[in-house]
Write a protein that binds this ligand. Structure first.
Ligand SMILES: Nc1ncnc2c1ncn2[C@@H]1O[C@H](COP(=O)(O)OP(=O)(O)OP(=O)(O)O)[C@@H](O)[C@H]1O
Length: 243
C-alpha cells in the first residue's frame, strides 16, 4: 500500500497554501483542475520529483510504501504526457518483449494487446511499427504497458479526453492494478470520475474536494451521454449516418 502526502507550500504571490496535509492512497483517482496557468503541471511535477521545498511552490511531497519512506522515484512514478511518442525503432511485439525483460516481468504479448485494443478503436497488431502508430494507438499501448508491465504504483497523466481513446476503459485498466492516478483535466465528466479533486488557483492548492453523492449521480448521467457520444464518433469515423 502506497501513501503520498503533500505538505503545503505557497502560491505565486508567496501566500502560504491553506491546507494541513493532503494524503492520497493507492487505488485512488485524483483529478487536478484549475484555469490555465493555475499551477496544475507544477503540482504534477512536484509529485513526480518528490520535491522537498526546492521547487517554486516550496511544497514537500512524501511517498511511503507500507509506512516506509521511499527516497527515490525511479520505477515508482510513471508520467504519461500530452504529446508522447515512441522513440524506439522496432515493432509492438519487440517493444513488449524488451519492456518485460527490463522490468523482470513475463506478461504475454496477447494480454497487453487485448487490453490496448479495448482502449483504442483502431486495432493494434504485434507487427505494427511503433513509429507508425497513431496518437490514439500510442496512448492505448502505453496505458496497457503501464497497467500490466510497469509496476509503477503512481501514474501521472495529462489530459486524456481528446486522445481518441476510451478514457473509461483506460482508467479502469489502471485503477484495476491498484495504482494512484493523478490526472490533469479540464473536462467535467473526467473530473467527476475521480473520487477527489484538487483545485489550483494562482499557483496554490485552493481546495481539496471529495466528490459528493449528487456529483456521483451526475457522473452516471454524463457516462451514458459519453457512451452515446462515443457511438456517434464511431459513426462519424466510419462514414455512417449519425443518428
Ligand atoms: N506556487 C507557485 N509559485 C510560483 N510559480 C508557480 C507556482 N505554481 C506554478 N508556477 C509557475 O506558473 C506557471 C504556470 O504554471 P503551470 O504550467 O503549472 O500551470 P497549468 O495550470 O499547468 O497551466 P496550463 O493549463 O496552461 O498548462 C509556470 O511557469 C510555473 O512554474
Amino acid at each position: 500500500m502506497f501513501e503520498l502526502k503533500i505538505h503545503p507550500g505557497q502560491d505565486k504571490s508567496g501566500t502560504p497554501e491553506a491546507f494541513n496535509t493532503i494524503t492520497l492512497h493507492s487505488g485512488t483517482l485524483l483529478a487536478v483542475v484549475g484555469n490555465t496557468g493555475a499551477g496544475k503541471s507544477r503540482l504534477v511535477q512536484d509529485i513526480e520529483q518528490l520535491v522537498q521545498g526546492e521547487s517554486v511552490s516550496k511544497r514537500r511531497v512524501v511517498l511511503r510504501e507500507n509506512g516506509i519512506l521511499c527516497a527515490k522515484t525511479q520505477g515508482l512514478i510513471a508520467h504519461l504526457g500530452q504529446n508522447m511518442r515512441f522513440m524506439l525503432d522496432t515493432n509492438v511485439a519487440d517493444f513488449v518483449t524488451l519492456h518485460n525483460q527490463c522490468r523482470g516481468r513475463d506478461i504475454p504479448l496477447e494480454t497487453v494487446l487485448d487490453l490496448a485494443n479495448t482502449i483504442t478503436p483502431e486495432h493494434i497488431t504485434a507487427t505494427m511499427h511503433l513509429n507508425l502508430l497513431s496518437g490514439g494507438q500510442t496512448r492505448a499501448l502505453m496505458i496497457a504497458d503501464i497497467a500490466l508491465i510497469c509496476d509503477s504504483p503512481i501514474v501521472l497523466m495529462d489530459e486524456i479526453e481528446n486522445a481518441g481513446i476510451d478514457k473509461i476503459k483506460a482508467f479502469e485498466a489502471l485503477l484495476g492494478q491498484d495504482k494512484l492516478l493523478v490526472l490533469v483535466t479540464h473536462d467535467p465528466h473526467t473530473a467527476l470520475m475521480a473520487s477527489e479533486r484538487i483545485v489550483l488557483e494562482n499557483g496554490g492548492i485552493a481546495k481539496h474536494i471529495q466528490r459528493t453523492p449528487e456529483e456521483e449521480k451526475l457522473y452516471k448521467l454524463m457516462t451514458s451521454e459519453y457512451a452515446l457520444h462515443q457511438q456517434r464518433q464511431q459513426q462519424l469515423r466510419t462514414g455512417a449516418s449519425i443518428l
